[in-house]
Design a protein around this ligand. Structure first.
Ligand SMILES: *Cc1c(COP(=O)(O)O)cnc(C)c1O
Length: 350
């Protein structure tokens, strides 16, 4: 605390990201990064940007990237927003679309950045309980709200919601924005971008950090009605005109254009996920059905925090949340087949 702070700073409760250890050699399965590298075409596109032009500002509108996203999803560029990681895109959505006085609704077990943004922007919220199977029940969201947000698949559970349920939510809430955070959609869910022409209250966000293996580049997108996109543009242009640098625009556009590499690496992660689930179940774990690049698992006879600490001693890091309802679960990112085997062997020894 310091007298120099603006008064609201002392009440902020910042998000705590998963650890990014400086040690090499760890089997790092704690922050849902992709075990396979970015598209070679994306890397080449970024290398081509490393030249004298870096003295010039980038395109403030990132038109090249918006066009690549629009082409990929068959939407108009006016329906696309891009930002410095989807966390930034989400922040602008909270700021520009969720400040209506009524509480924002999201699941009780979900991405822990949502309550942090509510704190930052002074938005009241209600956490709606997942059902006994840790699934979102859309009927529970039938109450006054200033907006609804959830990840699909949900994090950290990995459980996906179908488009029919999402449509029920959109139809029941025509006067508020429903934001579907599709950080993990490419690992088995069905994107709601196909619904944006039908529902002016739908905003879909995605990230290039997971399925496109560019967490270090910091690029996220939103797709929705042009009126929703314009709100995000107004916030962005009142905050930072150039959130994406030259390399990010070139690399992200090339990543969207390299569909073959993207599909192949996603499929490898999905195949590995099925193997990890089978291995965990053999060891006695209960694993929630996952459509993501991670699994959420609990062992009936072993304390999760103890397991996480034991894994760490063996050089494997996974994520454990000290949160009441999920304190006995581990969230484990899917790695390469070799990394997954190291994980399963370490768990076996524990
Ligand atoms: C990883 C993640 C994000 C953030 O992605 P960035 O683009 O890296 O900021 C957003 N939402 C959820 C649910 C995530 O898991």
């Amino acid at each position: 605390m310091s007298k120099f702070w603006s008064p609201f700073v002392k009440d902020l409760v910042p998000y705590v990201p998963g650890e990014q250890p400086k040690l090499a050699k760890l089997v790092k399965l704690n922050t849902n990064e992709n075990p396979y590298g970015p598209s070679p075409k994306a890397l080449a596109a970024m290398q081509a940007e490393l030249n004298d032009n870096l003295r010039l500002y980038p395109d403030p509108n990132s038109d090249r990237l918006k066009q690549a996203v629009a082409d990929y999803y068959g939407v108009q560029t006016a329906q696309v927003f891009v930002g410095n990681g989807s966390d930034e895109v989400l922040a602008h959505a909270f700021h520009g679309l969720f400040q209506h006085g009524q509480p924002l609704l999201f699941p009780d077990v979900t991405y822990s950045f949502y309550p942090v943004y509510c704190g930052l922007y002074g938005i009241p919220f209600e956490a709606i309980e997942l059902d006994q199977q840790f699934q979102i029940r859309v009927e529970d969201y039938a109450r006054p709200n200033g907006g609804i947000i959830f990840p699909n698949p949900n994090a950290p559970t990995g459980c996906a919601l179908g488009l029919a349920a999402i449509e029920r939510l959109l139809t029941a809430n025509p006067d508020t924005v429903v934001l579907v955070d599709e950080a993990y959609i490419d690992f088995g869910g069905e994107t709601a971008i196909s619904l944006v022409d039908k529902y002016p209250n739908l905003l879909v966000t995605q990230t290039l950090s997971k399925s496109r293996s560019l967490a270090g580049l910091r690029v996220g997108i939103a797709v929705g009605h042009p009126d929703l996109i314009e709100a995000l543009e107004r916030i962005k242009n009142s905050f930072n005109s150039y959130p994406l640098d030259r390399m990010a625009i070139a690399g992200a556009a090339a990543a969207f254009e390299d569909k073959a590499y993207f599909e192949q690496t996603c499929q490898r992660v999905i195949d590995s996920r099925e193997a990890v689930v089978a291995g965990l179940e053999t060891l006695g774990f209960a694993v929630l059905p996952s459509a993501a690049n991670f699994v959420f698992a609990r062992h009936p006879g072993k304390d999760a925090a103890t397991l996480a600490a034991g894994l760490r001693e063996q050089g494997v890091i996974v994520r454990h949340f000290k949160q009441q309802r999920i304190a006995q679960f581990l969230r484990i990112t899917i790695g390469t087949p070799e990394q997954n085997q190291v994980l399963l062997d370490a768990l076996q020894s524990l």
